[in-house]
Design a protein around this ligand. Structure first.
Ligand SMILES: Cc1cc2nc3c(=O)[nH]c(=O)nc-3n(C[C@H](O)[C@H](O)[C@H](O)COP(=O)(O)O)c2cc1C
Length: 179
């Protein structure tokens, strides 16, 4: 079963996407199968609670989430919250997240929106019993420069989030002996 890494920024120069790429590299270093899903390349309808769930991209994403071992959601912080594309992803895919181990990687402009993921994280815990990794990456504009993570603490935190995700997911769904 793969781990999914969602990149939810629609900005071509996204910093959270750099965090997501870094997570894929680290998952692979753990011997995990990691799949990168970029919402810039997989356009989704806005959730309308009616027909949007039947869109082929939504059906495909639901299946991939149901079948994944765990997931990371890389998000931009907008208006002290995750961006609308990340919220829309979860609205569209809903209970596919049931019992999944989920971590967050955030890119923000400054330090003050540190709790931005908590609304979405809480709703996933309450609604879908998702198991939220109790640490997340919070990178400011100074921490990601171009395609590089420029801050040592952010790199360390990314290592911690990825290793905790893998440890929790494998504790919940142990790999069968001999496979
Ligand atoms: C519409 C909008 C709202 C934003 N709101 C916040 C905010 O509330 N707090 C913050 O720290 N940064 C805020 N920012 C800055 C972004 O979080 C920052 O540019 C970040 O790099 C975005 O992630 P991305 O580069 O992956 O798209 C905002 C940016 C935009 C465009």
């Amino acid at each position: 079963m793969p781990f999914l890494v969602f990149s939810c920024s629609l900005n071509p120069k996204s910093r959270s996407r750099v965090l997501a790429h870094g997570a894929v590299t680290r998952l692979e270093a753990h011997g995990a199968d990691a799949e990168f899903i970029d919402l810039q390349e997989l356009p989704l309808p806005l959730c309308d609670g009616a027909t949007s769930q039947r869109h082929p991209h939504v059906i495909e994403l639901r299946r991939r989430i149901v079948e994944c071992e765990g997931a990371l959601i890389a998000v931009p912080v907008y208006n002290f919250d995750v961006n609308a594309a990340a919220k829309n992803l979860v609205e569209l895919t809903g209970d596919a997240w049931r019992d999944k181990v989920v971590g967050f990687l955030c890119a923000a402009g400054g330090q003050t929106s540190f709790m931005a993921v908590m609304g979405l994280a809480n709703s996933m815990m309450l609604d879908f019993r998702s198991i939220i990794v109790p640490r997340f990456v919070y990178a400011t504009e100074a921490d990601v420069v171009g395609e590089q993570i420029a801050d040592a603490r952010t790199l360390e935190r990314l290592d911690e989030v990825v290793s905790t995700l893998v440890r929790l997911a494998r504790a919940i769904n142990p790999v069968p002996q001999g496979s």
